[in-house]
Design a protein around this ligand. Structure first.
Ligand code: SF4
Ligand code: SF4
Ligand code: FES
Length: 368
């Protein structure tokens, strides 16, 4: 069967044939990228569209006509006339074998492996029927000294040295706080002088956790929570720390009504392209803090704060503002709104200042 997958009208630098389908490609594209655009699925572990391919995990190997060896489709450039097969018995056998090697290098017990972080590696192993069928080998990756940073745990026994975390740290964050260290089976993730992340240039963005396909990089907060009895539900929301509007996923244990951790939506799906900063990802303790305010408080004549209704609190605010305007004039008031508000809320806020309190003293904390 031949098809042009709907891209023939776009600028194209030629065609390749993948599993009998003729696919267009653009200059610099890899076989994997051309196949993904056409909806042909090739499993990957170390590929991320934001990063330079490393060809490290070998999950994406495909047969290329004229080549004796299979080739990593994530790093193999498309060229005119290339003929590729992604689903032959040889390719399937190879995927099972590669998965069993990664699993041998990973934890040996599935329950232990999953905790609250079912990984892409284990999902693929399940798809290819290799879970529980991998050889037992002695783990050799070096552990790092206890890292005292408050948020990120590195577990060497889960690492497959795919380098996604180090490439992300270099190429997206431009921080280079972590690196691959050691050789062969001893390869591990380390920092300069094996320092704690908080003593390096690390910004604790947690991006290395999001890209890690095995759960080797993971959230300390979620580890402390333990393995929930139920699958965590992802609730998409907007970060409330600044005006950028990053989207994030609260991973919620519904029955316990707890936020267990925060993850970023996949790259390419939201404004933040799979990235978060330390606040969006980790600063969520306040959600369940026992001292969190859930009702307004009004200071009474005794000088103490007392719980009040929202109507009482708003009445008090209006009285205060009107009192200042009456005593000192409208321009004695100033209104400063928050970048955490929506555009509509900010519009209403300036309207209230200008129309109800007759002042042009309006500002917003994100304005320059
Ligand atoms: S948290 Fe961010 S800055 Fe720190 S090591 Fe991970 S990716 Fe790099
Ligand atoms: S920690 Fe995760 S992302 Fe980093 S090299 Fe190991 S498996 Fe890959
Ligand atoms: S995804 Fe291609 S080698 Fe890992």
């Amino acid at each position: 069967m031949s098809q042009n997958n709907g891209h023939a009208s776009q600028s194209s630098d030629g065609f390749i044939v993948v599993d009998g389908n003729e696919l267009s490609f653009r200059e610099g594209e890899t076989v994997l990228q051309a196949a993904q655009r056409a909806g042909i699925e090739i499993p990957t572990l170390c590929y991320d569209e934001r990063l330079t391919p490393a060809g490290a995990c070998r999950m994406c190997l495909v047969e290329v006509e004229g080549s004796r060896l299979m080739q990593p489709s994530c790093a193999y450039k498309a060229s005119p006339g290339l003929v590729v097969r992604t689903q032959t018995p040889r390719v399937e056998r190879n995927r099972q074998f590669i998965l069993s090697l990664h699993l041998a290098d990973n934890v040996q017990d599935r329950d232990e492996a999953e905790d609250n972080n079912p990984s892409r590696l284990h999902a693929l192993a399940e798809d290819y029927g290799t879970l529980g069928a991998w050889p037992r080998v002695e783990r050799q990756r070096q552990e790092r000294p206890e890292d005292t940073n408050p948020f990120i745990e590195f577990r060497a026994d889960r690492c497959i040295a795919c380098s996604l975390c180090t490439r992300y740290c270099d190429q997206v964050e431009a921080v280079s706080a972590i690196t691959l260290a050691g050789r062969g089976a001893h390869t591990t993730i380390s920092t300069a002088d094996r320092l704690s992340l908080t003593d390096t240039t690390c910004e604790l963005c947690g991006g290395c956790i999001d890209v890690c396909p095995t759960g080797a990089m993971t959230e300390k907060q979620a580890l402390a929570y333990g393995k929930p009895e139920r699958e965590l539900e992802k609730v998409r929301t907007t970060c409330n720390f600044c005006g950028v509007g990053c989207q994030l996923d609260l991973n919620v244990d519904r029955q316990a009504n707890r936020v267990v951790k925060v993850t970023s939506p996949p790259p390419g799906t939201t404004v933040n392209d799979g990235n978060l900063c330390v606040k969006g990802r980790f600063a969520n303790d306040f959600v369940h803090h026992e001292e969190r305010l859930t009702d307004p408080l009004i200071r009474g004549e005794d000088g103490q704060l007392h719980p009040a209704t929202w109507d009482e609190a708003l009445d008090r605010v209006v009285q205060g503002l009107q009192g200042v305007a009456e005593r000192h004039g409208d321009d004695a008031l100033a209104f400063i709104s928050s970048s955490r508000c929506t555009g509509e809320e900010n519009y209403l806020f300036q309207k209230m200042a200008r129309a109800a309190f007759r002042t042009q003293n309006v500002h917003q904390c994100a304005a320059t």
